[in-house]
Design a protein around this ligand. Structure first.
Ligand code: GDD
Length: 319
């Protein structure tokens, strides 16, 4: 039986991935920072802060995983500017703690690290789809911490650990925190429609462009990458991208076209960042050739589902 240890199991991706992995035949051990009373789907749950090396070593020893997906991270770029220490401790030392725990207690396990397309940073300014050979030039503490963690993974891979690094681009969907752009916009529209917010939608930088994927397509890519545990020769780092860049203002227009009420858009200076990547777009050729992965869900469908999700959330809270 394949046993998948999932760090960050209580985040945005974790619960979806848990369900998909179980369908694919894995026993899922959810590693969460705090006890979740109704953790819906995992087979086992271990509570552990990944910054605590000893607890993490005990957790890995207890879990005895055959596969590990490391999702736990501070993943919000503005938070990384506001709290760089926690970002570095979680994203870098949390990863090193995991690697060391695996080396000691589950050395045969295959480890998939969810890094980020943010690592490319200033390299995006060339305006073309980046691939895994593009030089990384991070532009914020989150991106820099993910690149540092990648470096730790590469060192353990060099020493013989099995695994792969994924660089997912922006993935979105229901249950993502409204700290992120599409969830923020959809939530505000739902609040305005239900009369709980004045008809003014606050936004940050609308000129940026991002390469968006539905979170389910990213989960599909993770499952394909976990299968590489059965291969001996594969690239160690792969982008997960749609290959298309969408302007945030166009994404906003799409969501506004679905709104049932008129909405005024207003710039909120608090939502602007000290530095922001203007255009992000990636090539997934390597992932496609290696695993056969293809994205399947159109952005328009994801946005429609997202707005419906926030309508339900908002109406539930209003009851
Ligand atoms: N969050 C947010 N809120 N972003 C806004 C807003 C707003 O109201 N208005 C405009 N934006 C712009 C941001 O300035 C940025 O250019 C873009 O929308 C996307 O912002 P986020 O959704 O916060 O995502 P991100 O691109 O910074 O990072 C996400 O994608 C990475 C992968 O590419 C995160 O999910 C990261 O964790 C992930 O690694």
């Amino acid at each position: 039986m394949s046993r998948l240890l999932l760090t960050g199991a209580n985040g945005f991706v974790g619960p979806l991935l848990t369900a998909r992995a179980q369908q694919a035949g894995y026993q899922v051990i959810a590693l969460t920072g705090r006890l979740l009373a109704n953790h819906p789907v995992s087979d086992e749950q271990i509570v552990c802060d990944i910054r605590d090396a000893q607890s993490l070593a005990e957790a890995v020893a207890q879990a005895q995983p055959t596969h590990i997906l490391h999702l736990a991270a501070i993943s919000h770029v503005p938070t990384s500017f506001n709290d760089p220490l926690r970002t570095w401790q979680t994203n870098v030392m949390g990863s090193v703690n995991l690697l060391e725990a695996v080396r000691q207690h589950a050395p045969k396990a295959f480890v998939l690290f969810a890094s980020s397309s943010e690592v490319y940073g200033a390299a995006f300014k060339a305006g073309i789809a980046v691939d895994e050979q593009t030089r990384c030039e991070p532009l914020n503490p989150y991106a820099a911490s993910k690149l540092a963690a990648e470096s730790a993974f590469r060192e353990y891979f060099r020493q013989g650990m099995k695994g792969v690094i994924a660089r997912p681009f922006n993935h979105i969907g229901a249950q993502q925190s409204a700290d992120f752009v599409t969830a923020s916009f959809a939530r505000q529209i739902a609040l305005i429609e239900s009369g709980q917010q004045s008809p003014i939608l606050k936004v940050g930088n609308l000129q940026a462009s991002r390469d968006f994927l539905d979170v389910q397509d990213v989960c599909g890519a993770y499952l394909k990458l976990l299968k590489l545990a059965d291969s001996s020769d594969y690239p160690r780092c792969m982008n997960i991208a749609s290959g298309q860049s969408r302007k945030i203002s166009d994404v906003l227009d799409l969501l506004l076209s679905l709104s049932t009420v008129p909405v005024t858009v207003e710039l909120d200076p608090e939502r602007l960042r000290p530095s922001d990547i203007p255009v992000a777009v990636g090539s997934s050729d390597c992932l496609k050739h290696t695993t056969g992965w293809q994205p399947t869900i159109a952005l328009e469908d994801t946005l429609r589902g997202l707005l419906d999700y926030w309508r339900q959330q908002v109406n539930r809270k209003a009851l």
